[in-house]
Ligand binder design. Structure first.
Ligand SMILES: Cc1cc2nc3c(=O)[nH]c(=O)nc-3n(C[C@H](O)[C@H](O)[C@H](O)COP(=O)(O)OP(=O)(O)OC[C@H]3O[C@@H](n4cnc5c(N)ncnc54)[C@H](O)[C@@H]3O)c2cc1C
Length: 377
């Protein structure tokens, strides 16, 4: 009997598998496809990501360094803004937010997943590609997990099952755990431009979310957009790339869950990452939150004492729930009338000291110091 069967090997699944294996647990991790594929993510993360990979990864995975974001109330054609606009926002309707140093990194997301999966293997976890979990039966004293792999269908037993299987989690459904509040639809595609600029562009044109342009160094430029159901995401995306007058290829799409459900633990199972909607509501980013929660789970969950699942539920919520709640408030600003958006952006833009994963850092000394020394336009 395994201590843990992990379903899904994205960043949270790989991170949990690694941490649990390092603690001497017997871990089986099953990935339905090939780890990291298909890509449906921008891989734009805070520099904290390197704390989860260890040395060596940065050199292999880093594509570009970012020091800020230019917000635009309109689309690229309407305000004439392009990547060439300076960080001081010389184009009309452009509001830059930046730090003096590097804020975030753009990374090879497929490479990140593979790297993390390899670390889990090295720690002793049995990580298997090409195994789709099709059924989960939760019993009083164990779980049975059935997976379809290249050699047929197999059922294994574990003390606990860990659902790291993304926004449309099968584990969540099998354990009768509630769904997240909302699912956004995200699309992205790439142009072949070389751009190592250090600003991302954010256009508040997609209803209740935004569109973006991310320079990825030699890996090209990414254009993307996300919005709630009912929005014509593809039409807005066409407007974005038409506005930039650019041809894009390699389109992909994915789902972003928003708003963690009331419970992400059952009697013998629990969820981490997108399955638990552990994402930032104002950006949709979930890589760092998922791995943070994986660490909480590995630290407090004892497979021989399933009651410790309550400690996981407490630990991750104590750490992130306030951040997520404040992130939801920030997101409301995307739906304000344009004149109010302009006034707010003008008042707040400039140098900031906010940590991109921690909206509560808006109340921090670092942020106040950065804004105090900053002449607001
Ligand atoms: C368009 C878009 C852009 C994004 N950009 C960013 C960004 O810039 N920065 C950021 O931090 N986040 C971003 N995100 C969010 C980020 O991609 C997710 O938060 C992150 O991938 C969550 O990882 P996960 O492992 O929980 O889920 P997933 O990445 O969805 O991984 C789940 C894994 O489980 C596997 N799986 C599913 N079902 C089964 C099954 N039955 N059996 C076995 N395996 C299964 C899947 O194949 C997959 O590999 C973006 C998301 C989208 C859609």
């Amino acid at each position: 009997m395994y201590d843990f069967v992990v379903v899904g090997v994205g960043p949270p699944g790989a991170r949990f598998a690694r941490r649990a294996a390092e603690d001497g647990r017997d871990v089986l991790a099953l990935e339905s496809g090939s780890v990291g594929e298909p890509l449906a993510c921008s891989g734009h993360v805070s520099t904290d990501v390197w704390a989860y990979t260890g040395s060596g990864a940065r050199e292999e995975l880093l594509q570009n360094e970012i020091s800020g974001a230019r917000f635009h109330v309109g689309g690229p054609s309407r305000n004439g803004s392009t990547a060439a606009d300076g960080p001081n926002g010389d184009a009309r309707d452009t509001y830059p937010f930046y730090k003096q140093g590097v804020v975030s990194n753009v990374i090879d997301r497929v490479g990140l997943d593979r790297y993390l999966a390899e670390l889990a293997r090295e720690a002793g976890a049995d990580v298997r590609d090409g195994h789709t979990v099709t059924e989960i039966r939760e019993h009083r004293d164990r779980v049975e997990v059935t997976a379809k792999g290249p050699d047929g269908t197999e059922t294994v037993e574990a003390k606990l099952v860990v659902g790291c299987d993304g926004p449309r989690s099968r584990v969540r459904e099998a354990l009768s755990l509630p769904d997240p509040d909302e699912f956004l639809h995200g699309v992205l595609a790439f142009s072949a431009e070389d751009d190592d600029g250090d600003f991302v562009d954010v256009h508040l044109t997609a209803p209740r979310f935004f569109a973006w342009r991310i320079p990825r160094g030699e890996a090209g430029v990414e254009y993307g957009l996300a919005a709630p159901p009912g929005v014509q995401v593809n039409r807005h995306f066409e407007d974005l790339v038409d506005g930039y007058e650019i041809d894009v290829a390699h389109r992909c799409s994915g789902t972003i869950p928003i708003g963690p459900p009331d419970g992400v633990t059952s009697r013998r199972g629990f969820l981490i990452g997108d399955a638990a909607a552990q994402t930032k509501p104002f950006t949709g980013g979930g890589i760092l939150y998922g791995m943070t929660c994986a660490d909480h789970a590995a630290r407090v969950v004892d497979p021989d004492r399933p009651r410790t699942l309550a400690a996981y539920e407490r630990a991750w919520r104590e750490d992130l729930e306030r951040e997520i709640r404040l992130g939801s408030w920030l997101r409301r600003a995307y739906s304000l009338p344009e004149p109010i958006q302009r006034v707010g952006l003008r008042a707040l833009s400039g140098e900031i000291g906010v940590h991109m994963d921690r909206p509560t850092s808006v109340f921090s000394k670092a942020h106040l110091k950065a804004t105090f020394g900053n002449s607001r336009g």
